[in-house]
Design a protein around this ligand. Structure first.
Ligand code: HEC
Length: 192
């Protein structure tokens, strides 16, 4: 079990209470003093973290990433190098961003996760399972201009090409049916 120090518990509690101010003015004046003290203790707690924990930095293999992009079915909904479905945004990383950041890539996946996993369930019947190394390799592929150019239509098996989804998901019939069953997707983009 995680051990929380007294200090970090106090910081957590202050984070929670700071966010809970009421609308009443007298109450606000009364609360200001403790809120400031809590803020100060929160800042102090954050300024004195324990020793940093070692971080695993994955070695990436963009070639493996390209293969996974096809075999895992990302290509059904996402394009790279202009190849793939257009249900979801293309994943090519702009040349201006030289470094691969698998965590940032994962965070993007997380932001899109509600819609992405819903659509995977509708279209594939399951949600694609990935290991951390897989995400790192796919992110590296999306960032490697050299490897991206190897993703050609001919390199995608024709059975897979038949699966390509060519309509933005929120305009597709399957999505309307999904929504009509009362499903609600957070962060859904405005329909155009
Ligand atoms: C069935 C369709 C589908 C499949 C298959 C799919 N995705 Fe997605 N993906 C989506 C949708 C829908 C979104 C959300 C797009 C949005 O929020 O506008 C998304 C979002 C993302 C995002 C965030 C995009 C952005 O611009 O921030 C990333 C990164 C991503 N997917 C990676 C992957 C990877 C890697 C795979 C393969 C392992 C994959 N996706 C497979 C539908 C899919």
């Amino acid at each position: 079990m995680n051990q929380l120090s007294g200090r970090s518990i106090a910081a957590l509690i202050s984070l929670m209470t700071v966010g809970c101010g009421g609308g009443d003015v007298a109450g606000e004046a009364r609360d200001r003093q403790p809120a400031e003290a809590e803020e100060a203790s929160r800042r102090e707690a954050l300024a004195r973290p324990p020793a940093p924990v070692d971080v695993v930095i994955p070695q990436t293999n963009p070639r493996r990433g390209r293969i996974l992009f096809i075999t895992n079915g990302c290509v059904i909904c996402h394009q790279v190098n202009g190849v793939g479905g257009t249900a979801a945004p293309p994943l090519d990383r702009p040349a201006s961003q030289a470094k691969v950041d698998p965590l940032a890539f994962s965070a993007r996946m997380w932001r899109g996760a509600a819609a992405m996993t819903a659509l995977q369930s509708i279209e594939l019947g399951y949600v694609i399972a990935l290991e951390g190394q897989d995400i790192a390799d796919i992110a590296a592929f999306a960032a490697s201009s050299e490897e991206r150019t190897l993703l050609t239509l001919q390199s995608v098996p024709s059975a897979m090409q038949d699966w390509f989804l060519d309509t933005p998901y929120w305009r597709s019939k399957d999505w309307s049916e999904y929504k009509s069953r009362g499903e609600r997707i957070p962060l859904e983009p405005e329909a155009e």
